[in-house]
Design a protein around this ligand. Structure first.
Ligand code: ATP
Length: 199
């Protein structure tokens, strides 16, 4: 599985529709300071569900939409699509290519799409769980991230190894199952109380 394509439209400095095509191997993006190199990785994290405007180097989420320049008006919405090759079926999704799209409007409306079908962020998170791909995953190492990893608490560092080991999905399922169990126990207590009252 590899990153095949990234398309951005109205995202940060990419006012026009811009397409990056990647081939297997190493790709380097070079350019002068402020030309938008980091905006490319911001786009990758954003489409995979990043919710924190600060970690995308903005103050509010709307800051990801092209804000205009001396010769161009601001735009009303932005869209980023990321395409992965899935010909080896590494992701549990029965298609040779997987495209995730995120769109947000200045009004605050937003949507996620999986191969052009509307979906929830939860579906995207579940699909990429334990693959190392995701907004928090280790596939994107931004500036200063190595320092963060070295200085974080050991439990936080452990989360990185757990993702690499592929056990996050089991931990998530366990948490969901525990929540359901708790709810069922509460319902049972309520039923016992009702029976007690009726007797
Ligand atoms: P450096 O090499 O200094 O790290 P860089 O190539 O990584 O720079 P970025 O930080 O990706 O550059 O891009 C910064 C540019 O993006 C700035 O010129 C900034 O004005 C522009 N930019 C960021 N958000 C927006 C936005 N919402 N609308 C228009 N331009 C934006």
């Amino acid at each position: 599985m590899y990153l095949k394509r990234l398309e951005m439209s109205g995202f940060k400095s990419f006012a026009n529709r811009t397409e990056f095509k990647f081939v297997p191997g190493i790709t380097a993006i070079v350019g002068p300071n402020g030309s938008g190199k980091s905006n490319v990785t911001d786009g990758i994290r954003w489409v995979l569900g990043e919710q924190s405007a600060r970690s995308l180097r903005g103050a509010k989420m709307e800051d990801v939409i092209f804000a205009g320049s001396s010769d161009r008006k601001p735009v009303g919405f932005c869209e980023v699509s990321i395409t992965f090759d899935n010909s080896e079926q590494r992701l549990a999704y029965d298609y040779p290519e997987i495209t995730v799209t995120r769109r947000v409007y200045r009004s605050g409306e937003s949507e996620y799409l999986l191969n052009k079908q509307p979906c929830r962020l939860k579906d995207i998170n579940e699909l990429f769980m334990d693959t190392g791909i995701g907004k928090e995953a280790y596939s994107v190492i931004s500036q200063g991230k190595i320092d963060d990893i070295l200085s974080t608490k050991s439990e936080d560092r452990r989360a990185i190894f757990e993702e690499a080991a592929g056990i996050v999905k089991y931990k998530t399922r366990k948490k969901d199952a525990q929540k359901k169990l708790e709810m069922t126990e509460q319902n049972l207590t309520r039923i016992h109380d009702l029976i007690h009252e009726l007797e």
